[in-house]
Each structure stands twice: as C-alpha cells, then as structure tokens.
Design a protein around this ligand. Structure first.
Ligand code: PHE
Length: 453
C-alpha cells in the first residue's frame, strides 16, 4: 500500500506549530494539578528523580516512536498502524493498538473535562474574592457547594467539552494551531508571574524549592515508582495516539529528535515551575503539602485567601489551569475525530460533535461520582479514582509498551532509520537500544512489581 505524502485532512503550517501543539498537549492538568500533589504525597525530590529517569529512559524514546509512526502513516493512529503493519508484512492486528489509544483518549477526556470545568468555576470564584480570609472549613464548604451539586458541576463540564469541541471542529490550522498560538504564550506569561509572586514569600520560596529538589528516598515505595512512570506517560501525552496523530500532520523534513527534546524539556520545566509557584504559598500559610488531589482546589485557595493580592493571583492561577487543560483536551479527542473523518467520511465538524457527545456522556459518571453516586465505590475507590488509575497507570504504559515493541522490534531498522534520519549515527543507535530493550523492560518491571503488590 502506497503511503500518502501528506495527511488527507490537515498539516501544520510549520514544524514550530507542531512543537507548540505537542507542548500544548503535554502541558496540562498533569503538570499543574497532578504533578505537585503526587510529588507532595511521595515525598518530594526523590520522586522527582525517579520521574525524570522514567522520562529520559522511557518517555523520550517512546515519544520519538510515536511521532515516527504518525508521520510515516499519515493518518489517525488506527489507520497509521494498520498501513505500517502491512508495509512491514506483519499482522494487521496492530491496528487494535490504535483502538486502545482512541479509547484511552476518550476515557481520559471524560474525567479531564470535569476537573477542567471545576478549574473554570474557580477562575470566577477567585476573581470575585470569595476566598478572602477564608478558613479551612470555609474553603471546604465552597468546594462542596460546587461538587455536591450535580447541576453546577455538569454545567461547567458541559462548557469545557463545548469549547474543546469547537477548537477541534475548526481543523488543524484553523483550530488547533490557532488555539495553541494564543494559549501557550499566555500560559507561560501567567506562570512566570505566579512564580514571581511566590518568590515574594522569601524563606518559604526556598523551602518550596528544597522540597522539590531534596531527595528523601525513605518515602519512596514500589507504588511511587509506578506512579512516576504512569505520570511520565500521562504528562507527555504518550501511549494513546495524541502525539501520533499530531505527528501525522507534520512536514517530512523536521527533525524528530530535536523536537522531542524541546517538547519534553518545556513540559518538565512547566511542571517544576508550577511546583515552585505552589509549594511556597502552601508553606507560607502553614498548610499541608500532601493534601492529595485537594491540594489545588482546597489548600491553595486558602493560601491565596490569606495573601496580598490573593484574589487576583488566585484567579490567574486557575486561568492558567484552564488554558493548560484546554490545549491538552483538544489532543485527547483529536485521534477519535481524525478516525471519524478519515474512515466514516463525516465532516470534521460533525466528527467533533459526535466525539464531544460521547465524552460528555461518559463524563457524567465522574460528575455524579462527586455527588449522587459518591457512595458507589469499587474496593473503596470512587469512579474517578478508578478511571485515573486505569488510564494513567495501565492503559498509557501498556500502549507505550506496545508502541515500543512495534517500532523497535517489528518495524525494520531500515524503516525507522530513514524516518528518524538522525545524525550522528550513535544517537540513532542509542535510541534504538532504548526502544528495543530499556523502555519495554522498564515498563514490564514496573507492571510486574504492581502485580506483586
Ligand atoms: N499531558 C496532559 C497533561 O499533562 C494529559 C494528556 C494525556 C493529554 C494524554 C493528552 C493525552 O495534563
């Protein structure tokens, strides 16, 4: 089967547009909401080190593999894997790996948009000053008023799904590219402002930095390692085809190696900067760092509520969260939308509406898990906990493992060498070694360790 030179329904205007969009996908709730709280729960610096190791040894090689498959296949993940499997004369069942990705994307989007919706609500709550001087109980009741009311939560969830679908409906250049060209610079500007604000806390700023970079290995368990690896996949948007589908809109000439480094560097920098913006405020107000998922929606508003200019900077913080989530959410549904457009001959508009409706409906489960269905638990986990665990800790690493096997072991060396086109040669050999041995072994070891426990 001949490979098309260009995706049938879109192309980035330049390699920079791709880097920006992929960075937009990578930088999301994972960096600003999840990274600080899991770092808090797992003891700080030591966890950061394990996470960085996962990023370099597993994340980077897998990201290159995904971009490679996307650019070579030139279509949505299902079709790309299908046509590359034919090209490599192997079983066409590899297309199911694409399906795993599409499914993971939709599942993640279903709860992602509920949290992004909460962040959106908090933009208004903060700017309006309701947190000024708030007590812990007060912050709890403001949060509960939002999440225990299914109607309110649903309204915010709906708004977020709609704004995401609108961007995707407008296409690669008119929608995705335009959105990230506005969102990413705005996000960076807000982030720097907030780090500057945190720097005003003096010794607490230092304390926050120490917490991020000082390694205390005693708090590290086998489970922390799984969390760190799962997070490396989640934060880089790997294992579900988002980066793959973005790669399919990429011009041929761009260097995959350089772009991958740029994306991973930017993603990590944002996560660390977010930590530097958040931890000092928490310390400065004598609050608890390991508050879990409530760190952002409960602890942080109390901190802002007791600081000079807190209403304004608090509002900005949640705006940052919304911008980050928005540019990620578009990449969560893009694989499914591209699949619909390329296989079912529906317009991009209609495909976005369909995908939006599916994720919206599934999101109801998360919405209700906060209120009317909060009693429904499986082994003590709410529906959201389960979805998060299933997608981030299982589906994404599994997707990554299979991509590593496909690109490292099924695809011929000749194909990957030509597509990556890395000079000097030893860099290609290093990548090949990582993708054939280290990344799969790392993922398998972490999985086995999880089963063992
Ligand atoms: N990388 C995003 C984040 O850190 C989440 C995401 C995962 C987006 C998978 C797309 C694909 O929030």
């Amino acid at each position: 089967m001949a490979r098309p030179l260009q995706s049938i329904h879109g192309q980035w205007s330049s390699r920079w547009a791709f880097v920006l969009a992929a960075t937009g996908s990578a930088v999301g709730l994972g960096n600003i909401w999840k990274f600080p709280y899991i770092t808090g729960e797992n003891g700080g610096g030591a966890f950061v080190l394990v996470y960085l190791a996962c990023l370099v040894l597993i994340g980077l090689p897998v990201m290159m593999a995904e971009i490679l498959v996307g650019r070579r296949g030139r279509q949505n993940p299902v079709n790309s894997l299908h046509s590359l499997a034919i090209e490599e004369k192997t079983t066409q069942d590899w297309q199911y790996l694409g399906w795993l990705g599409l499914t993971a994307g939709i599942l993640i989007m279903s709860y992602y948009s509920v949290f992004a919706g909460q962040a959106l609500a908090y933009v208004f709550r903060n700017f309006s000053g309701v947190f000024e001087g708030v007590t812990a109980d007060g912050a709890t009741s403001i949060y509960n008023a939002l999440v225990s009311d299914p109607e309110r939560l649903l309204a915010w969830h709906t708004i977020f799904v709609i704004i995401t679908s609108i961007v995707v409906a407008r296409g690669v250049q008119g929608g995705l590219e335009k959105a990230v060209k506005f969102l990413m610079p705005a996000l960076l500007a807000i982030l720097f402002l907030l780090v500057g604000y945190a720097a005003n806390t003096g010794i607490y700023f230092q304390q926050g930095i120490d917490f991020l970079f000082h390694a205390d290995f005693s708090k590290l368990s086998g489970d922390s390692v799984l969390t760190a690896m799962g997070h490396a996949f989640f934060t880089l948007s790997l294992g579900m085809g988002a980066i793959m589908v973005y790669g399919s809109y990429l011009p041929k000439s761009a260097s995959i190696l350089k772009m991958t480094f740029a994306i991973a560097f930017a993603d990590t920098a944002v996560a660390l900067l977010a930590g530097m913006a958040i931890f000092p405020l928490v310390f400065a107000n004598g609050l608890d760092i390991d508050a879990g998922p409530g760190l952002i929606f409960h602890t942080l508003p109390i901190a802002f509520g007791h600081m000079q200019g807190g209403a304004f900077f608090g509002g900005l913080f949640f705006l940052l969260l919304v911008f980050a989530a928005w540019s990620s959410a578009i990449s969560l549904i893009e694989p499914a939308v591209a699949w619909l457009v390329e296989n079912k001959e529906v317009s991009r508009r209609r495909a976005s509406v369909i995908t939006g409706l599916v994720t919206w409906s599934l999101g109801l489960l998360t919405v209700f898990s906060f209120n009317i269905a909060s009693e429904w638990t499986v082994f003590g986990n709410t529906f959201f906990d389960l979805l998060d665990y299933l997608t981030a800790n299982i589906m994404l690493p599994l997707g990554g493992l299979l991509i590593a096997i496909f690109v490292g072991r099924i695809m011929s060396q000749d194909s990957s060498e030509k597509e990556l086109n890395i000079k000097p040669q030893y860099l290609y050999s290093t990548w090949r070694f990582l993708i054939r041995y280290i990344a799969p072994a790392g993922i398998i070891i972490v999985f086995l360790n999880m089963l063992w426990n």
